[in-house]
Design a protein around this ligand. Structure first.
Ligand SMILES: [Cu+2]
Length: 184
């Protein structure tokens, strides 16, 4: 009995101070040191323990430019700041400032990099390809485009035949499956 009481006491001493421990920043999204490759429009700080409303953070890019959040919400210990637009590729430092429920000020910073593959280049390439086509048709006489059209058709038709065959196979297999089920 004594040992049980002692272990209960030990557990009490070990765990109760933990439960009453100060609030701290548990995880962040993005994580410290992360390289983000998808468009990032919000940053979330998850606290272990409660923090007060009015807790906030500042986002500063590598070139010193500050990015203002359009909204900051605090839900279940998660402080989320949202931006008007996804953050441009750059290195960022998040300087956070919070007040824990017991009144202790908390602050710190973490950093991450946004490196989203640029899709504009692909769009530009497509644009220039289209422009090249337009130039082709304007430069050449009427005979050229129709030849190109025929070329296009001959490229498409084998695909259409394969597609038709596939559809036929699918249709036949569905019909046979339905028939089998009916006979069973
Ligand atoms: Cu505290």
């Amino acid at each position: 009995m004594k040992t049980i009481l002692l272990s209960i006491l030990a557990a009490f001493i070990l765990f109760v101070p933990n439960a009453a421990a100060h609030t701290y920043l548990d995880t962040t999204n993005p994580e410290d040191g992360a390289v983000v490759v998808e468009p990032l429009q919000s940053i979330a700080l998850t606290y272990a323990g409660k923090i007060e409303e009015g807790s906030t953070f500042k986002v500063v890019a590598g070139n010193g430019e500050q990015f203002e959040t359009t909204s900051i919400t605090l839900v279940d210990g998660v402080l989320t700041g949202t931006f008007e637009n996804p953050l441009p590729n750059n290195e960022y430092t998040v300087q956070w400032n919070s007040i824990s429920e017991d009144g202790h000020p908390l602050s710190g910073q973490f950093a991450f990099t946004v490196d989203v593959p640029v899709t504009e280049e692909i769009a530009e390439e497509e644009d220039s390809a289209e422009q090249a086509e337009v130039e082709d048709t304007t430069q050449n006489d009427s005979a050229e485009p129709s030849a190109a059209d025929e070329d296009d058709k001959s490229k498409i038709s084998p695909l259409m035949i394969i597609g038709g065959i596939l559809l036929l196979i699918i249709a036949v297999s569905i019909i046979t499956l339905v028939k089998r089920k009916k006979t069973k």
